[in-house]
Design a protein around this ligand. Structure first.
Ligand code: ADP
Ligand code: ASP
Ligand code: MG
Length: 405
């Protein structure tokens, strides 16, 4: 018998009525003859509520205890869904991450899955159960509860699909697939039927939160197909899988992602000499802050300006650290901006079509949208601009590159 894995996100199971609807969808998959394993998130808003509670105790809280707390959201939904299925006359059992055999490293709050011992899930499937597994969580080899970072239930679902050699991993959410850009920002966004894992990984990493980047990374590495589907509407959704010959012929740009969770810092008038970048970024790294984009402009008189972006949550600490370094470096000025957005255009077709970047910059210039940073890779061009430009920038690019066609 083949196995399918279905994952339901927070908005899909936000109320008892919705849980009942989800149970019906699961039953219909089971009646189609597959063994069904379901991964669920917490009810919508619950993870945020728990994080806010923790912040009332300690605004900088992180680590082990936070995972003990935030993992409870998923423990509620596995039980409620399992009860609903049982009430509807089916055999079902709920498993926490650790009960399901999900072993992770011990990086609390953003752990990575090391392995999955599938024997418990298999035992229950063999006994004709629908198995409901808590997403977002796992356990270290010492038995501590860990969580996988925001949006981590997607990764749980893909990893379980790999561990069970499932025929498909279906991600049910509140949109009916992956779009050319966030449909909540751009009404002109168009659903994509097929997208390569490589493009999806880039879109997710650049901020399209419809799938967690690690889930896509996993799917690519182990060659599992992910299908993104709506919980509330019928349709074929979007299939995310390996590049094939058809896709080589398709659109140059597959989508536009944006990330509002970044902030930009600039240190002006630092000596233009070897080692300066490491003197600036070293202290930032010591605070465990991930630096994303970096630009250095060499100015006049042997002085340079150095600009970089960090997660918005780390903006305050990064500013403090940079202000400290600026005294040591005899820099002229430190300026910060936490109202920026990174906008990225992604597409494997860029490899073979030059001129995308210049067109992108021209379109933005024609619309008076100022660019403060640029970075490119083989299949992506990212720019940073003021957050106020977000909607306009995405819409003019979407039109100019005819993504709605
Ligand atoms: P879930 O709770 O089901 O995991 P998420 O909120 O994490 O759902 O992800 C779904 C959301 O992702 C959508 O509601 C949409 O606003 C957003 N999103 C961002 N970029 C895209 C995109 N390119 N295509 C589809 N949805 C996107
Ligand atoms: N409940 C977790 C979160 O809100 C995990 C998930 O939804 O995937 O981030
Ligand atoms: Mg999600």
């Amino acid at each position: 018998m083949s196995i399918i894995v279905q994952k339901y996100g927070g908005t899909s199971i936000g109320t008892i009525e919705k849980i009942s609807l989800v149970a019906d969808k699961i039953i219909s998959a089971k009646n189609d003859g597959d063994d069904v394993v379901v991964v669920v998130s917490a009810m919508s808003g619950e993870t945020n509520r728990l994080l806010d509670l923790a912040k009332l105790v300690d605004s900088d809280v992180s680590g082990r205890e936070l995972d003990v707390l935030v993992s409870t959201g998923e423990q509620v939904t596995i039980a409620l869904l399992s009860m609903t299925l049982i009430k509807k006359g089916f055999k079902a059992i709920s498993l926490t991450g650790s009960q399901a055999g999900i072993l992770t490293d011990s990086v609390f709050n953003k752990a990575r899955i090391d392995s999955i011992n599938n024997s418990t899930i298999k035992k229950y499937l063999n006994d004709d159960n629908i198995v409901i597994v808590a997403g977002f969580q796992g356990m270290t080899k010492d038995g501590d509860i860990t969580t996988l970072g925001r949006g981590g239930s997607d990764t749980s679902a893909v990893a379980i699909s790999v561990a069970l050699d499932a025929k498909e991993c279906q991600i049910f959410t509140d949109v009916d697939g992956v779009y050319t850009t966030d449909p909540r920002l751009s009404p002109g966004a168009k659903k994509i039927d097929n997208i390569t894992t490589e493009e999806m990984l880039e879109l997710s990493s650049q901020g399209s939160k419809v799938l967690q980047p690690r889930a896509v990374e996993f799917a690519g590495k182990y060659d599992v197909g992910i299908r993104v589907l709506s919980t509330f509407d019928e349709g074929n959704g979007t299939l995310v899988n390996k590049e094939n010959d058809d896709q080589m012929e398709k659109a140059i740009i597959s989508g536009i992602a944006f990330n509002k969770d970044e902030a930009q810092l600039t240190i002006r008038g630092v000596p233009d000499q070897p080692g300066i970048a490491s003197l600036i970024l070293g202290p930032i790294a010591k605070h465990n802050i991930d630096v994303d984009m970096i630009v250095q402009n060499v100015g006049e008189d042997g002085l340079a300006n150095f600009t970089f972006t960090v997660p918005r949550n780390d903006f305050k600490i990064a500013m403090k650290s940079l202000e400290k370094s600026s005294i040591q470096l005899k820099a002229k000025k430190v300026v910060g901006n936490n109202k920026i957005v990174k906008i990225s255009m992604v597409g494997v077709g860029m490899r073979t079509h030059p001129g995308i970047a210049s067109k992108m910059f021209a379109v933005l210039a024609d619309n008076n949208i100022n660019i403060s940073m640029i970075s490119t890779s083989e299949i992506k061009i990212s720019i940073v601009t003021d957050e106020i430009n977000l909607k306009n920038a995405v819409n003019v690019l979407h039109n100019a590159f005819e993504l709605d066609k």
